[in-house]
Design a protein around this ligand. Structure first.
Ligand SMILES: [Mg+2]
Length: 362
């Protein structure tokens, strides 16, 4: 089998109502869908995204510009993509749009190889489990009132989630504590609860906030400080009992390795597109195993699910519903509130042609 063509399609998935986050409102998830056609008719699908249509053009152009790395490639030799891309991208570097472009192609290549084998990606690799712990991430935002937080948290639990995440900001820690405590009250003691500060705190603010939250039995406290401040994260982790989670903003398995070596976080959460695709994501997960650190995922729920299922270090899947509208299938939960790894071939989640037409912007 040979890859004969790279096709791309840009779609804008509205986030309605917009999320009032810590940094800026989030109104849309804008994706470049990537299709690898083959001479045997099997098509591999991948995607990458930006938010609020920011710099989507340059991401799209980068993917187009990497086309020569995949045309003529035998999917069974998919490992050569990364080897060739590493040499090819050296001049521009291994962070940012180069790696995001690679992620789009690598994601489609894994889908293609698994479809050719008639297996889900998890089963192609060899899964450790048939379902993965998952938490609901697409609610409980800073813009919600306490009443709303309690209603939304209870709704998520009623939908079957056994863990939920909320956000905290750097100012007014007493009010932040009240918001998180209200969620804990609404969900009861047995549901997992995470908080995410989206890099907005100083080390001192984070330690202060973390100590206030310690009695609420948090599953983790995420990205307290700037993503490059691994020494600061390590100080916070040392000072607190609550586990620190971080890693969504670093690039490739080397970024994860630096964090592991710095002992910057108790839980790492590589992002599929910032890793550069599944090949690098799996390396990051294996490095986590070698360092005895749990590996969670960031965004890209549908593609991260099969990958996490194969990692002995695999921890929580982030359930973010932003990409749901573009897929035919939905992530389903079992009786324990775990996300079920589908038996369907490839990622097990395929783009819906009607949805592509509905959301296409070119
Ligand atoms: Mg986060």
């Amino acid at each position: 089998m040979k890859i004969t063509r790279l096709r791309t399609k840009v779609v804008q998935l509205p986030i309605d109502p917009p999320i009032q986050g810590i940094t800026r409102p989030v109104k849309s998830a804008d994706c470049v869908l990537t299709f690898l056609d083959t001479d045997e008719g099997i098509v591999g699908e991948g995607l990458v995204l930006t938010l609020n249509n920011r710099r989507l053009g340059v991401v799209h152009q980068m993917i187009r510009d990497l086309e020569d790395l995949v045309i003529g490639l035998d999917p069974c030799l998919g490992g050569t993509l990364n080897a060739r891309a590493w040499k090819d991208l050296n001049f521009l570097g291994y962070e940012g749009v180069t790696i995001i472009g690679l992620a789009a192609l690598d994601g489609a290549l894994w889908d293609l190889r698994a479809k050719a084998a008639g297996l889900n990606v998890a089963h192609l690799i060899g899964a450790c489990r048939s379902s993965v712990p998952v938490y609901a991430s697409g609610a409980l935002w800073l813009g919600s009132s306490i009443d709303q937080l309690q209603r939304d948290a209870a709704d998520l639990v009623a939908r079957g989630f056994r863990a939920v995440k909320t956000r905290v900001g750097p100012t007014d820690p007493k009010r932040m504590f009240e918001r998180v405590a209200a969620i804990r009250e609404a969900i009861g003691p047995d549901i997992g609860l995470m908080v995410d500060a989206n890099q907005q705190m100083t080390v001192k603010q984070a330690i202060h906030m973390g100590r206030m939250l310690e009695d609420l039995n948090l599953t983790w406290f995420e990205e307290p400080v700037a993503c490059h401040d691994h020494a600061g994260e390590a100080r916070i982790s040392d000072a607190l009992d609550v586990p620190i989670a971080s890693g969504e903003t670093v690039y490739t398995h080397r970024g994860i390795l630096e964090m592991l070596q710095a002992r910057s976080a108790d839980i790492l959460m590589p992002d599929l597109q910032r890793m550069g695709g599944p090949t690098e994501f799996l390396k990051a997960g294996h490095l986590c195993e070698a360092h005895n650190v749990p590996c969670a995922s960031h965004l890209f729920t549908e593609m991260s699910l099969p990958l996490l299922a194969t990692l002995p270090s695999g921890y929580y899947l982030e359930h973010m519903p932003w990409l749901e509208p573009i897929y035919r299938e939905r992530v389903e939960l079992d009786q324990d509130g775990h996300a079920i790894v589908p038996d369907r071939a490839g990622w097990g989640f395929s783009f819906d042609p009607e949805a592509i037409n509905r959301y296409a912007v070119n």
